[in-house]
Design a protein around this ligand. Structure first.
Ligand SMILES: Cc1ncc(COP(=O)(O)O)c(C=O)c1O
Length: 430
């Protein structure tokens, strides 16, 4: 007898679950209602019954839409005043976008194609912010044609461009904040320094442009909750400059930088919320609309990737100890580009050995070996983990990696002819 997943794989058909009574149907992909582990188990079992199939043993993701929804509920309960606009760039997965669209939240888009994707699932243009301070002219024209009016800027040249292409746009001034404690320091590229703000706003006024508010981004992977409080103070200062020049600002956008759902120590979402919520309430009256652009927060903990050990090399170190080099079938040029671009430290866990599912469980006296894990390409930069302590694995075993939902699949290339890992969906929300 086939499991449901097996049937789905074999016959390309299976029952689908409807998530959260969404207005937008989520039905173009199969969504299971099992635990992530159960889905992985069934996928591996289905593979073992299909050994005759040529396209087997590919790395795959399990995306848990229920985890995305839990993160949404967590946001709503801890930062009720602040409206999330999901940063599509972090994971434009079609099911994630559909789910979040059905929940009624907004979207932060960085390009024409992100705007197109979001509009195509029925999101109204007013629920989009085009949050890229330097935009291609044709993309601005596209935004104008589709009434995506809200967009950011941080320099005078952008204002001249917008004046020509979309003079009625609702502009949001992106200011520079202290991102020195963030893993990705976006301030190197974007954000108007405070001492340029007056001139910039004066230019906008001279051009008769409609500046409606202020935004900032403390940097992605922010490791200091006080960076948010400091940025709110700067934003208040920028509001005051705008008001002094006669603008009627009505929106504050506090950007992204919120941690992944699995972070329970150090800088947690709870800590940030406890600082940023009261700071905003103290400095911005309730008629000011407050939005944010969380990306990683929504998706990182919702995706697990499973990789197959396609090669093993045994080496001996200077102390004559046995070590292993494992080669797996997704890597730095694929989903693990997050190591390079997003400064992530990924954590390998043993999924199966010799056909037996482990899910990271080891016997107490299990011998471990210093192991390095490499992606499948011919490039030596393609190293995922330099010194993991793992039990001895062999070709055909599986390694899984949790918290792989942000800045992974979306930036994966097909370098060396390897295709991007597919996503299987489940919903663990009960
Ligand atoms: C303008 C903007 N908003 C939001 C985000 C999302 O940031 P995070 O994933 O840290 O929440 C980014 C990330 O680069 C960004 O550039």
């Amino acid at each position: 007898m086939h499991t449901e997943l097996e049937t789905a794989v074999l016959l390309n058909q299976a029952p689908q679950t409807k998530l959260f009574n969404s207005k937008q149907p989520l039905q173009d992909k199969l969504v299971y209602t099992r635990s992530v582990k159960q889905v992985i188990k069934e996928k591996l079992e289905a593979m073992s019954t299909q050994k005759w199939e040529l396209d087997q043993e590919n790395a795959f993701f399990v995306g848990d839409l229920g985890e995305v929804y839990r993160q949404h509920l967590r946001w709503k309960s801890l930062l009720p005043r602040i409206e999330p606009f999901f940063a599509v760039k972090s994971n434009p997965d079609p099911m994630v976008v559909k789910l979040l669209a059905s929940l009624g939240i907004g979207f932060d888009c960085a390009s024409k194609s992100e705007i197109q994707q979001v509009l195509s699932v029925g999101v109204e243009p007013s629920r989009i912010i085009y949050a890229n301070p330097c935009k291609q002219a044709s993309f601005i024209r596209f935004a104008a044609q589709h009434n995506v009016a809200r967009m950011t800027f941080d320099n005078a040249e952008e204002l001249f461009k917008i004046k020509k292409l979309y003079p009625d746009a609702e502009l949001i001034l992106r200011i520079l904040t202290d991102d020195s404690k963030s893993l990705c320091q976006l301030g190197l590229k974007f954000g108007a320094p405070l001492d340029t703000i007056n001139n910039l706003l004066q230019t906008a006024k001279d051009l008769n442009l409609n500046v409606v508010g202020v935004s900032f981004h403390v940097g992605s992977g922010c490791l200091d909750e006080n960076a948010f409080a400091d940025a709110v103070v700067r934003a208040r200062w920028a509001f005051d400059q705008g008001e002094a020049l006669g603008f009627k600002f009505n929106i504050l956008d506090i950007g992204g930088g919120f941690p992944s759902g699995n972070v329970t120590e150090g800088i947690t979402f709870e800590k940030i919320a406890a600082i940023v919520g009261p700071a905003i309430d103290a400095m911005f009256p309730s008629n000011i609309r407050v939005i944010a652009e969380p990306g990683r927060y929504y998706v990182a903990s919702a995706f697990t990737v499973c990789t197959h050990v396609i090669g093993r090399r045994t080496v001996t170190n200077e102390e004559n100890e046995t070590q292993y080099m494992y080669y797996v079938n997704d890597g730095m040029y694929g989903s693990f580009n997050c190591i390079l671009f997003d400064h992530q430290q990924v954590q390998p866990k043993v999924l199966s050995r010799d056909g037996n599912l482990m899910f990271d469980e080891m016997k107490e006296d299990e011998r471990t070996f210093t192991s390095s894990i490499w992606g499948p390409t011919c490039d030596s930069i393609d190293c995922l983990s330099k010194e993991a302590k793992l039990p001895a694995l062999d070709n055909g075993d599986w390694i899984y990696w949790e918290n792989m939902g942000a800045y992974t699949i979306c930036a994966a290339s097909k370098f060396n002819g390897f295709k991007q890992s597919e996503v299987i969906y489940t919903n663990t929300f009960e």
